[in-house]
Ligand binder design. Structure first.
Ligand SMILES: C[S@@+](CC[C@H](N)C(=O)[O-])C[C@H]1O[C@@H](n2cnc3c(N)ncnc32)[C@H](O)[C@@H]1O
Length: 219
């Protein structure tokens, strides 16, 4: 009887200890940088007002990079940097770097300040200019592209970048859904990516809608 009580007591002490150790190892609370980025994102949560992605979509991109060990990432449409910060956070763990392009000088400037405050400037090459000119000139290769600028140009960006994406790499496009109208008139784009037999496309609707088209590896 005493042995059983002692056993139960030990479980009561040891099991919560293991639980707290494993939760302490979550990526959000690991390094000093993790804590800095997390604190920045928490502080600014609900305060992104310049067409920025919702946090669910930032998290999706972050997890996509970590899960696949992606290192070479391109974003079209920085705005003030919400999605870029999520991606740079993941790249701080994979040893990678993000190139991000924005046409609006004021948003570009705010993004630079946000990157510094979040602690991720060292993982980001932020460029000011028109992506119509800058993107085709980028040599690549890329593991991941996140397309979130002018919707009317989505297909052109995809066609320019598909050859520069590595096999196994993914092309993520924002405000795109297969099952609902996101309000951007992107049905033609959905049909286009679904028709690309060299890509597998999945749709993620937890946030504002993200299509993730991954380049098939050669058989
Ligand atoms: C939806 S916002 C991007 C939001 C950003 N990904 C975030 O989560 O913070 C789209 C941005 O693309 C920029 N943009 C639109 N056309 C562009 C172009 N041709 N070249 C570069 N940036 C462009 C806009 O100025 C705008 O800031």
């Amino acid at each position: 009887m005493r042995k059983r009580t002692l056993g139960l007591l030990a479980m009561g002490v040891v099991l919560p200890l293991f639980a707290s150790l494993s939760s302490a190892r979550t990526p959000d609370s690991g390094t000093a940088l993790d804590r800095k980025v997390r604190a920045f994102l928490d502080r600014r949560s609900g305060d992104w007002r310049e067409l920025n992605v919702p946090a669910a979509d930032g998290r999706l991109l972050h997890d996509l990079i970590l899960r696949n060990g992606y290192r070479r990432v391109l974003e079209i449409g920085t705005s003030t940097g919400h999605s870029a910060i999520w991606m740079a956070w993941a790249l701080s763990k994979t040893g990678g770097r993000l190139i991000t392009v924005e046409i609006d000088p004021s948003r570009h400037g705010k993004a630079l300040r946000n990157f510094r405050e979040a602690g991720v400037s060292g993982y980001i090459d932020a460029r000011l200019g028109d992506a119509h000119d800058l993107v085709p000139a980028l040599p690549g290769p890329f593991d991941l592209v996140f397309s979130d600028a002018d919707k009317s140009w989505y297909r052109n960006y995809f066609e320019a970048l598909a050859p520069k994406l590595v096999p196994g790499g993914c092309y993520a496009t924002h405000n795109v859904s297969d099952t609902r109208d996101t309000g951007f008139g992107l049905r033609d784009y959905v049909d286009y990516v679904k028709g690309r037999n060299d890509f597998d496309t999945t749709f993620h609707d937890r946030g504002a809608g993200v299509a993730v088209s991954c380049k098939k590896r050669p058989e």
